[in-house]
Write a protein that binds this ligand. Structure first.
Ligand SMILES: NC(=O)c1ccc[n+]([C@@H]2O[C@H](COP(=O)([O-])OP(=O)(O)OC[C@H]3O[C@@H](n4cnc5c(N)ncnc54)[C@H](OP(=O)(O)O)[C@@H]3O)[C@@H](O)[C@H]2O)c1
Length: 280
């Protein structure tokens, strides 16, 4: 395991790298294999995929072709909305494992909260953990209200909540709630999908540390105590995004970055997903 990436201990005792590698919108085999090789060589051990990304089979092929040691890896996948429901979730996760060519994943998430099968899907995740097909179970895009509602029927609670987070959406109240309930927050689109990287304040801070704005943003996540999963297909950026362990931001710089928060999302608002008729 790369010495620089911190390991977080989840509420169920499993260790999860604080920084991981996002795999949304990487779909062709050659790009997946090369990106995973660059990422592994640079020190990433956590790979984040999902049924929705339609790349689980390619990730599985890359894992085999690159002969990456399973015991070093932390693999996450997510149950897509059409597969929610007790039986459907179990069948879909077995299919994901088949595609990934794995006996288990480290972390299985419900991708988005939807009202249909809200509790049944979670019950399926609890069952899949019991059967040893996933080591940890968690959720994605859950707001406080979803977590509180889940707690009314869950036998065990999620250990991770993967949510959109970047400087324009700092999510402080949800971070505080997750922390108080022993749930690790993991930031998706940690770079705001690249939309925030030309911000003048970030450029000023980056220049002062001789780093890129992407590195400053990822360091901000690190010092905020959340997990985060930047995506890139370019070797130089993949390396750059994990080269954030040799500088630190002052309290004043952290506060300045926090001040960029203005509720801007790059993805959908989870509380409105019901209204999108299961679409997001
Ligand atoms: N749970 C959910 O609902 C959910 C939703 C969205 C995403 N995710 C997960 O979170 C991961 C990350 O989110 P994301 O892919 O949406 O966005 P992101 O990681 O915030 O940003 C990725 C974008 O930034 C560019 N980029 C990366 N590093 C850069 C750098 N150093 N300098 C300049 N540009 C850079 C990438 O381009 P290049 O690739 O061209 O370098 C890409 O366009 C996803 O891949 C996925 O695994 C989860």
């Amino acid at each position: 395991m790369n010495k620089q990436v911190n390991l977080l201990t989840l509420a169920d005792g499993q260790k999860m790298p604080q920084e991981g590698f996002g795999m949304y919108k990487i779909t062709d085999q050659a790009t997946i294999t090369s990106a995973m090789k660059y990422a592994y060589d640079a020190g990433y051990r956590l790979f984040d995929t999902a049924q929705l990304y339609k790349n689980e089979a390619e990730v599985g092929t890359a894992l085999k072709e690159l002969a990456l040691p399973r015991e070093e890896l932390f693999i996450t996948t997510k149950v897509a909305e059409p597969n929610q429901g007790f039986k459907q979730t179990i069948a879909s996760v077995k299919d994901s494992l088949h595609k990934l060519q794995l006996d288990d994943v480290n972390l299985l998430l419900i991708h988005w909260p939807i009202e249909r099968a809200f509790f049944d899907t979670w019950a399926a995740l609890e069952e899949l953990k019991k059967e040893g097909l996933t080591r940890s179970i968690g959720v994605s895009n859950y707001q406080m209200i979803h977590l509180q509602y889940l707690a009314t029927q869950a036998h065990e609670m999620p250990v991770v909540n993967q949510i959109e987070r970047h400087p324009r959406l700092s999510q402080q109240p949800l971070l505080d709630y997750d922390k108080a309930h022993n749930i690790v927050t993991q930031a998706w689109s940690p770079l705001g999908r690249g939309t925030i990287l030309n911000n003048p304040l970030l450029e000023e801070i980056a220049a002062a540390h001789n780093k890129s704005t992407a590195q400053v943003v990822l360091r901000w996540h690190l010092q905020s105590g959340v997990a985060f999963i930047p995506k890139s297909v370019h070797e130089a950026r993949i390396k750059q995004n994990i080269d954030i362990y040799d500088f630190s931001l002052s309290d004043q710089e952290m506060a300045k970055i926090n001040s960029l928060h203005d509720f801007t999302r790059v993805g959908k608002e989870p509380a409105l997903v019901y209204e999108y008729n299961l679409k997001y």
